[in-house]
Design a protein around this ligand. Structure first.
Ligand SMILES: Nc1ncnc2c1ncn2[C@@H]1O[C@H](COP(=O)(O)OP(=O)(O)O)[C@@H](O)[C@H]1O
Ligand SMILES: [Mg+2]
Length: 297
């Protein structure tokens, strides 16, 4: 896993995301359908207990009539135009839509990385708007993981140090067994002393995934996590995310352009012009493609 050098993205892009140096400090229907485990259409029934818990639990996150506008007057852009959506706990939800449809803005507003113009965003039962600065920092550091397209690793830290950064910042103890599991599952166990510039794109995104999961957050937001990866590294990342949901009951919301990527999810939410325009349960690459064509994107 992740051993192959990425031909596309041996990148040095450390684009600063909202938050802090790229680290994440820096009703919907709950699908009763079998959990789809891979793009090839294989299905696997989820653990029955988890299934019951999921049905009764509050959503991992929800937005109520969220709007976000940029600019003023004639130049105003409505990035979000009244989005109400729920993301179920213990499920993998994909968000798709044309470029500029508001996908990143939605992720940022729901993760507390950006402030909506109006409307409400909740993580669990916690309304983000009601948090003070310290509460917001705790939310981003402890309860949410974020994976960015451009990895956003700290270039001066090793892979291992990048992964444990959220723990170090929180002054918490490392769960060594969980750390070992993550780096093994992501195929980066032998790269822990390397700096990001010495790693392939796939390996860097592996580090970013491990960093996002190390605190076992309630919810992971991933904004085009495979956008800079070749197909083999993409498949590794997607399979890992799928496994985190199926085996570890992680809740994941992932923006993707790729119907094959969306097919790893349990549900796809489609955005256009800042609005939710459709959804699909138990998606396959074909059904996603069909829906995208219907929506004219
Ligand atoms: N900081 C910003 N200032 C002005 N306009 C912005 C800003 N961020 C996003 N937008 C605009 O908001 C719309 C939605 O952007 P975005 O959420 O990034 O879309 P997506 O992720 O779906 O490509 C686009 O029209 C974009 O140009
Ligand atoms: Mg985007």
């Amino acid at each position: 896993m992740f051993k192959r050098l990425s031909s596309i993205s041996i990148g040095l892009r450390y684009e600063n995301a909202p938050g802090a140096f790229g680290l994440i400090p820096q009703g919907t229907r709950k699908s009763a359908a079998p959990v789809q485990t891979a793009a090839n259409g294989a299905h696997e029934q989820g653990n029955e207990m988890n299934h019951i818990d999921r049905e009764t639990a509050s959503p991992a996150a929800r937005a109520v009539d969220l709007t976000k506008t940029y600019g003023k007057g004639d130049a105003v852009v409505r990035a979000l135009d009244g989005v109400s959506v729920e993301f179920a706990r213990g499920r993998f939800t994909a968000v798709m839509g044309p470029s500029g449809s508001g996908k990143s803005t939605l992720m940022h507003c729901m993760a507390g990385l950006d402030v909506p113009t109006s409307g409400r965003a909740f993580v669990g039962d916690q309304e983000i708007e009601r948090l003070d600065d310290a509460g917001l920092t705790d939310l981003r550091r402890d309860r949410i993981g974020f994976v960015f397209q451009s990895f956003n690793l700290v270039p001066t830290l090793t892979a291992g140090e990048n992964i444990t950064l959220p723990i170090d910042l929180a002054g918490a103890e490392i769960d060594q067994a969980w750390f070992d599991y993550l780096v093994e599952a992501l195929g980066i166990a032998d790269r822990l002393s390397h700096r990001p510039s010495e790693m392939s794109g796939g390996q860097q995104q592996g580090v970013a995934c491990a960093r996002a999961l190390i605190r076992r957050p309630e919810l992971i937001f991933a904004d085009e996590p495979t956008g800079n990866l070749d197909s083999s590294s993409s498949a590794e990342v997607l399979a890992f995310l799928r496994r985190s949901v199926t085996e570890h009951d992680q809740s994941i919301v992932m923006v993707t352009h790729d119907p094959r990527g969306a097919a790893y999810a349990d549900r796809v939410v489609f955005l256009a012009d800042g609005k939710v325009v459709g959804e699909l349960l138990s998606p396959t690459a074909d059904s996603v493609l069909e829906q995208l064509m219907k929506l004219g994107s």
